[in-house]
Design a protein around this ligand. Structure first.
Ligand code: CA
Length: 484
């Protein structure tokens, strides 16, 4: 069974259980949409790597103009491929954003609209079992799938990454982690009473506790290099999900020493944390080159949400707002991709794209079969980036944050924002006003109506949140209380 495609597995199973009646269903499965890359180099399917950072600011990469923190390796992804200047995620905080990325579907469709509280005993708080992850998809297509770093899609064992399509896991189940090994004092995740305490649980490989010895970012980079080495002879999918530069703000002297001129200690630590990530990305890229894999490896890089500037001293310039905001700084993120075999080199792509597109692009690149019952919201970006398709990839990209009644819609040059329930909608022209400073709602009523109609139609497809959020944790979290 292991080598059968998803639809073959489904058909085989159904035939056993339902006999002749299954033939019709199998025939239907055969007609499921199959995304196929049109021009595979040498017939080889690409490796796929998604590098995700946590709470990194839009301006805190060299490729978006940041100068204070050199990020030569992240920049090299944009330089060797495509810089997406309007790259959005599906939510302005960590966990729902990851649910969107890993399913290729707006998480608001399946009630994933809050950061979950730490609930290792609750089988209802996590990524709905009906949803297929990118690892489910690529694993069924014969890829070796690994997650290194942060999961944050449910702490109950039913949601463990090894049960959601990944063959390998090295990292953390919750929303964050302290960075020095001596701080990781809880061996059993069930000892952690809340999200904050979960930051002190040890790293695991699969389900087995690991005694780490290094700064956590370096541990993840080591593991990523090892993953590439071990899987160099077969197609692989690696989600390298650094928890940096999410708080707590911690970095070793080795990295802090690179920034003697930054006076703000929080900003200096942040810079060191980003620099450590960049080193790790450089090591992964070097291993790909050493194995001759770089040309046919599709790499995406993005942050899971905008920078929380007060919390970690990140910088979203020139965008307004930050993490958890519907303004651009909340959900427009540093975003780039390279795939030398297929994508142009050194291109800026300015139409809005979404983290949702990673799933569809990877599915097409791998020739994998998408579940017809769970329609994707993303698109294969390759024909848009190469110019084969001239239209924008999306008529609009959307954000809803249910608890506050918050909405945002980006369509063309325009952006609709409803900051909270009962507040009047605002309209901005991002081409002329990227900082969202001039509300055009009263002077451009037709654009306002157009975007609000898109919003209403999208909203009608969504459901309310399916589980309580982090804010529902008991107030006793005390000093272990975690930020979102
Ligand atoms: Ca985050």
């Amino acid at each position: 069974m292991a080598r059968l495609r998803w639809w073959e597995q489904q058909s085989f199973s159904l035939c056993l259980r339902f006999g002749l009646g299954a033939l019709l269903l199998a025939a239907l499965a055969l007609t499921a949409p199959r995304l196929r890359a049109a021009d595979q180099p040498s017939g080889e399917r690409p490796n796929i790597i998604v590098i995700l950072t946590d709470d990194q600011g839009y301006h805190d990469v060299g490729f978006n103009g940041g100068e204070q923190i050199p990020t030569p390796h992240l920049d090299s992804i944009a330089r060797h491929g495509v810089r997406f200047t309007s790259g959005y995620v599906t939510y302005a905080v960590c966990s729902p954003s990851r649910a969107g990325l890993l399913t290729g579907r707006y998480p608001q469709r399946f009630g994933y609209e809050r950061n979950p509280r730490w609930a290792p005993h609750d089988p209802a708080i996590g990524l709905a079992r009906e949803e297929r992850t990118l690892a489910d998809l690529l694993g069924a297509a014969g890829y070796q799938c690994g997650l290194i770093g942060k999961w944050h899609l449910g702490a109950h064992p039913d949601f463990h990454p090894l049960r959601r399509g990944f063959h390998e896991f090295f990292g953390m189940i919750g929303g964050g982690k302290r960075y020095f090994p001596e701080d990781l004092t809880l061996a059993d995740p069930r000892q952690a009473k809340n999200e904050g305490e979960s930051y002190r649980t040890k790293i695991t490989r699969g389900d087995v506790v690991v005694e780490t010895t290094k700064y956590l970012t370096d541990e993840f980079s080591d593991e990523a290099v090892s993953f590439v080495d071990r899987n160099k002879n077969r197609p692989f999918f690696l989600l390298l999900a650094y928890n940096a530069p999410h708080s707590p703000m911690q970095a070793p002297e080795e990295y802090l020493a690179r920034f003697p001129d930054i006076k703000n200690p929080k900003r200096r630590t942040y810079a060191a944390m980003v620099s450590a990530v960049d080193d790790g990305v450089g090591r992964v890229l070097e291993r790909l080159r050493a194995h001759g894999l770089e040309r046919n490896t599709l790499i995406f890089f993005l942050s899971d949400n905008g920078g929380p500037t007060a919390d970690n001293a990140s910088d979203n310039t020139p965008l307004r707002g930050g993490k958890s905001s519907p303004f651009e700084g909340g959900w427009r993120v540093p975003f780039a991709a390279q795939w030398p075999a297929r994508l142009p080199r050194g291109k800026d792509f300015d139409h809005p794209v979404s983290a949702l597109d990673i799933f569809a692009t990877a599915a097409a690149a791998a020739g994998a079969t998408v579940d017809p019952t769970r329609a994707l919201d993303g698109v294969d970006l390759v024909p848009f980036v190469t110019g084969a398709k001239k239209a924008p990839p999306h008529e609009a990209v959307f954000l809803r944050m249910f608890d506050r009644g918050t909405y945002a819609v980006r369509s063309g040059d325009y952006k609709l924002v409803i900051p909270a329930k009962d507040q009047a909608p605002q309209l901005y022209n991002l081409r002329k006003d990227i900082g969202e400073t001039r509300n055009l709602a009263s002077t451009h009523p037709e654009e306002l109506r157009r975007l609000d109609a898109l919003r209403t139609a999208w909203d009608a497809q969504l459901i309310p949140p399916a589980f309580p959020g982090l804010q529902s944790e008991t107030a006793g979290a005390g000093k272990g209380k975690a930020k979102q």
